[in-house]
Design a binder for this molecule. Structure first.
Ligand code: ZN
Length: 528
């Protein structure tokens, strides 16, 4: 491991030290611009260390902090965020990037500079006042959204949504006035996957899944089983999800499990923590969501330690991250093989489920909820149509093709068209998600893209790993973990999204593997 790979080293200069003096004299890869490269990376490590400290504060806020801590925590986080922003945008960073403009760098170093340059240019393009206006609107919008959702009154939220759309369009114009503003916003979450590809994948999902879900609705098969109904105390569920984490190979020496109101993963390659939550009437949901978070954590823990706090030691963007969580949640955790191994553990913790068979469990975790309106409660299949609705609406809002006041009706029309159900209230319709109250437009698609990518990666892993299914049924996940570490995790942000997928799977990123998986799996489950 390189000597600069720990937080202590990168912090030791203090936040105001001049990075010039800290070039690494032992680096064997010096080329034309070694001083500029090392100086730049030193800065990058320091701003990312600030970010990672903010991450610990964020984790604490959601897991440990007493309610009263909010005012101080908000200040701590906004101060760290503005320190980081200043470092990313200041003249010294710009000068170093200019020095590296035509430098002859190794591929690895070019990739690191490409990532830093992109971040600098975007941050630099947007005036600080606009960033602040967006953040302020976010706080007001959040309060309005909470009230609107509680009261089922879209009108309370509409002016804030309007304001967000306006500010985000302005934001996109600062970054690039000549491009589709939605494509520009999408890059905040997915900087190196072109929107056209994302859009064509989502369109394919809609075209394939609408008729599949309709056919499931008409099928006589019912996968619900009452063996997983009843009371499942949270402490027993916690023991059970710990069993699951042990089984898939979560490294508790570099992580921990806690409870939070929304499950999440937070950390770095040295310490990456997961959270979960329990519904005492449904033990399957905590198992699924814990395995999901494990997939995120496993990615982060697999990033190269020697590249800590630099692009080569950071994950690729949201859809790749989500591909890792969904690969574990869906392709492992919703497989028959997994339940062959894990059902006895469930039955040991919950003797009332003793009658359940592997087929019961497999059916229960894969049942399609035809009448569900809520994205976060959706099954593996209908989930993507929830996303397509949001994607089409936010895209049209940002492009100016849809007025805010028309959102509820368009939302309901699309639910009817794609899912065959029509929400009766906006609370269970367009007010259900928090994302737009934060002004996050372009985020939703990454969830579906992650699932699609997961299928393609899992197909490649199955081809490369001998008897993967048998190994899963034996609770032996070593080879799968190694395959993911080797083909995805260790690359950090070195490759852009499509190249990463192509190197791992031999094919460009498409929806093919996912749609084949859906046909195979649900065709069998629902007798179609
Ligand atoms: Zn996730």
């Amino acid at each position: 491991m390189a000597p600069d790979a720990t937080t202590d080293d990168t912090d030791s200069d203090g936040p105001h030290a001049d990075p010039d003096g800290s070039d690494d004299p032992d680096d064997p890869h010096d080329s034309d611009a070694p001083d500029a490269y090392d100086a730049l990376l030193d800065r990058v490590r320091r701003w990312n260390t600030v970010d990672s400290a903010a991450g610990v504060l964020g984790w604490d806020q959601q897991v440990m902090m007493p309610k009263g801590g909010t005012p101080a925590r908000a200040k701590q986080l906004s101060t760290l965020s503005s320190i980081r922003h200043d470092m990313v945008t200041d003249d010294r960073t710009a000068d170093l990037l200019a020095d590296l403009n035509d430098a002859d760098l190794t591929d690895e170093r070019s990739a690191a500079v490409r990532e830093v340059r992109r971040e600098h240019e975007r941050a630099d393009a947007v005036p600080v006042e606009l960033v602040e206006a967006i953040s302020e609107t976010g706080s007001e919008a959040l309060a309005a959204w909470e009230e609107a959702k509680a009261e089922d009154d879209f009108g309370t939220f509409a002016p804030y949504l309007e304001k967000h759309v306006e500010l985000k369009r302005e934001y996109a114009t600062h970054i690039d006035p000549d491009r589709d503003p939605y494509a520009v916003l999408f890059e905040d979450y997915e900087p190196c996957l072109p929107l056209e590809r994302a859009e064509s994948i989502l369109t394919e999902l809609r075209e394939a899944l609408v008729p599949t879900i309709e056919a499931i609705r008409e099928s006589d098969v019912d996968l619900a089983v009452d063996t997983f109904e009843g009371e499942f105390p949270a402490d027993e569920q916690e023991a059970l999800v710990r069993d699951a984490l042990e089984m898939v190979g979560y490294d508790f020496d570099r992580g921990r499990l806690d409870v939070s109101s929304h499950p999440f993963t937070s950390g770095n390659q040295f310490d990456c923590r997961v959270t979960t939550r329990f519904d005492e009437s449904d033990p399957l949901s905590a198992i699924g969501s814990t395995i999901h978070e494990f997939g995120h954590a496993q990615y982060t823990l697999g990033l190269p330690q020697e590249h800590w706090a630099t692009p080569l030691g950071q994950s690729r963007d949201l859809s790749v991250h989500e591909s890792q969580s969904r690969l574990w949640e869906n392709h492992v955790g919703r497989s028959r093989a997994f339940w062959e191994r894990f059902l006895p553990t469930v039955q040991e913790r919950f003797p009332d489920t003793a009658d359940a068979t592997v087929e019961d469990a497999y059916g229960a975790v894969n049942q399609v909820y035809e009448d569900n309106f809520i994205r976060v409660e959706a099954d593996e299949l209908t989930y993507h149509l929830h996303i397509v609705v949001r994607f089409e609406i936010e895209r049209d809002l940002i492009r100016g093709d849809l007025a805010v006041e028309d959102v509820p009706e368009v939302w309901n029309d699309k639910y009817e068209e794609y899912l065959g159900i029509r929400p009766e209230t906006d609370t269970e319709g367009c007010l259900q998600d928090i994302h737009w109250s934060h002004g996050n437009f372009g985020y939703f698609p990454t969830y579906s893209l992650g699932s699609v990518m997961a299928a393609q990666l899992y197909e490649a892993a199955e081809a490369d790993v001998d008897d993967l299914e048998t190994k899963v049924a034996d609770g032996d996940f070593d080879d799968l973990r190694d395959w993911l570490a080797e083909n995805v995790h260790r690359h950090g942000s070195r490759y852009e999204t499509n190249e990463l997928v192509e190197r791992a799977t031999g094919e460009a990123f498409t929806a093919d593997a996912f749609l084949e998986y859906v046909d195979r799996k649900y065709g069998e489950l629902y007798d179609m």
